[in-house]
Design a protein around this ligand. Structure first.
Ligand SMILES: NC(=O)c1ccc[n+]([C@@H]2O[C@H](COP(=O)([O-])OP(=O)(O)OC[C@H]3O[C@@H](n4cnc5c(N)ncnc54)[C@H](O)[C@@H]3O)[C@@H](O)[C@H]2O)c1
Length: 308
């Protein structure tokens, strides 16, 4: 199992570290455009191998895609992150050009690769990859919902005063402050609906805190977060690499599912060795359906900014 991670910055390096720590891949290649940067990060990470007990080989490359040849999975984290006060959508001008070039370079050397898109605005970048490559739609996966759901579970556990392992919840919709749809009425504490424990007001607070989860961290850190994003990506990579058939909300190209067409947006999918093996069409309430439509309208509006 060979995994390439493009962009050896905060998210890319964190993602490579979590993949290595889980020790399921034989090789991870980090690639960055900055001279020597990926090689340095790879060497530093390799020097944790004996300390952390993994055998995954991590190598670095400065923009040499021949080193990524025959990758099974590639993760695209290259591009600029947002600064405090910025929206993810504002990154489109720079990141669209980077994501388009990077995906084409990856496919030239690994025609059978499964691509995981992380760069923001992620749903629109996933759509861009769909429109500008010939890759089958099951092999183009946008990561956002896995992270947003982890943030949702963090906020739910906080509100419930419960351990996170007792909490289940999912966020679908667009990966943006306004577009996220945390499914609060489906959230549960060990199979008991959270509405049994929390007031309507407290549940709405959890929803609002989840939606601004990334912005809250960007304000605190001065740039966007990396530990949870890296861990979320590594979860998707592992589900594919180990054919786990796990359900995650991922951005995928929709053709009628959820009443949506010609858009990449977060919905629950089954991830296995073929990438997206099934889109899970869950029953939504009228209000959840309306929020999903509103979210899709926002993503479609950002998509119109692409020069396709
Ligand atoms: N989808 C999500 O849930 C999620 C979560 C966090 C961050 N992000 C996004 O991920 C991206 C990366 O964030 P970060 O914090 O790691 O940023 P960062 O600045 O730390 O790292 C980005 C790296 O990309 C490299 N890069 C730029 N152009 C490149 C190119 N053409 N080829 C190869 N490498 C190139 C840069 O040199 C840099 O090292 C941002 O767009 C950010 O908004 C998405």
């Amino acid at each position: 199992m060979k995994v390439t991670v493009v962009g050896a910055g905060a998210v890319g390096a964190s993602c490579a570290e979590y993949i290595a720590m889980k020790d399921f891949a034989s090789e991870v290649v980090l690639l960055d455009i900055k001279e020597g940067y990926a090689e340095g990060k790879a060497m530093d990470l390799m020097q944790t191998a004996s300390l952390n007990g993994f055998d995954t080989k991590i190598t670095g490359s400065t923009n040499d895609y021949s080193k990524t040849a025959d990758s099974d999975i590639a993760v695209i984290t290259s591009g600029i992150p947002r600064k405090p006060g910025m929206t993810r959508e504002e990154l489109i001008g720079i990141n669209a050009g980077i994501v388009k070039t990077v995906s084409q370079n990856l496919l030239e050397h690994s025609p059978n690769v499964i691509l995981i898109v992380v760069s923001n605005p992620m749903d629109t970048m996933t759509y861009l990859v769909h429109k500008t490559t010939n890759l089958a739609k099951n092999k183009i996966i946008g990561m956002g919902g896995a992270l947003d759901s982890a943030r949702f579970k963090y906020r739910l556990a906080e509100a419930l005063g419960a351990p996170i392992s007792d909490v289940d919840g999912m966020v679908i919709g667009g990966h943006s402050d306004k577009g996220m749809v945390p499914l609060i009425n489906h959230a549960a504490r060990n199979s008991v609906k959270v509405s049994e424990f929390l007031s309507e007001e407290r549940m709405q607070q959890v929803v609002e805190d989840t939606k601004v989860g990334g912005a809250t961290l960007t304000k605190l850190l001065g740039t966007s977060a990396w530990y949870a994003p890296g861990a979320a990506v590594s979860g998707l990579v592992q589900a594919i690499a180990c054919d786990q058939k796990k359900v995650f909300p991922c951005s995928t190209y929709l053709e009628g599912e959820y009443g949506l067409n010609d858009i990449c947006i977060g919905v629950p999918v089954v991830l296995g060795k073929n990438g997206i093996e099934k889109i899970v069409d869950i029953d939504l309430s009228d209000s959840e359906k309306a929020k999903m439509q509103e979210s899709a309208a926002g993503v479609s509006k950002t998509n119109t900014l692409l020069e396709l």
